[in-house]
Write a protein that binds this ligand. Structure first.
Ligand code: ADP
Length: 194
């Protein structure tokens, strides 16, 4: 299979994590989730992990410098070069977009597709409230969604201009949503020269 490099956007509670795993299984790109990477560092209890934990607990963003460093390192590893990547949870800021574009130029690959798994705010809020996690209070949810609108949604324009941005309806069953994503990914793969 041709390697494909994808960025997936979606609000918290959009089902992005579940769909990312399905995409990885079906199309082969390596799942790169900065949230997972940061949580792994927290688990290890390193100095860096402790710093990250404090930031994550406050619902703030880890600095661009740190994120850009860990992502650049991961993107340059051979499994990613061979199989492509599915970036999940990154980029979240314009600084991170710039850094990913720089790395892709240096390593000579392109971002083939940017997916936006669209689920309206009302729907993700009720999904998150019903899963009943301790950190899912209505106030915390609103704060995280607000940050997403403020920091991340403005990045869509950058990728629209590049002609790689695709909005996919995230309402419906897991399979229905995955089928929609698959149609788009398959089309981009067949257009990809290599
Ligand atoms: P969520 O979808 O719950 O925000 P993630 O698992 O993507 O979850 O991230 C959890 C936390 O890790 C974020 O709230 C943030 O503090 C930090 N984080 C993850 N990715 C990034 C990133 N690209 N830039 C800055 N901080 C990040």
């Amino acid at each position: 299979m041709k390697p494909i490099n994808i960025i997936i956007f979606g609000r918290q509670g959009s089902g992005k994590g579940t769909q990312s795993l399905l995409i990885t299984k079906e199309f082969g790109p390596v799942h790169i989730s900065t949230g997972d990477m940061l949580r792994a560092a927290v688990e290890k209890g390193t100095e860096f992990g402790l710093q990250a934990k404090a930031i994550m607990d406050r619902g703030e963003l880890v600095s661009d410098e740190v994120i850009s460093g860990i992502v650049a390192e991961r993107l340059s590893q051979s499994d990613v070069i061979q199989n492509g990547c599915l970036l999940d949870g990154v980029p979240r800021t314009l600084g991170q977009v710039e850094s990913i574009m720089e790395v892709s130029e240096k390593l000579d690959f392109s971002i083939d597709l940017v997916l936006n798994l669209e689920v309206p705010i009302d729907e993700v809020t009720s999904r998150m409230l019903s899963r009943g996690r301790a950190d899912d209070t209505e106030e915390a949810i609103a704060r995280r969604l607000g940050l997403y609108e403020q920091e991340t949604a403005p990045l869509f324009e950058f990728f629209s201009k590049k002609g790689v941005f695709e909005i996919v309806d995230g309402l419906g069953s897991e399979t229905e949503v995955f089928d929609r994503l698959s149609v788009v990914i398959t089309r981009v793969l067949s257009d990809k020269k290599q």
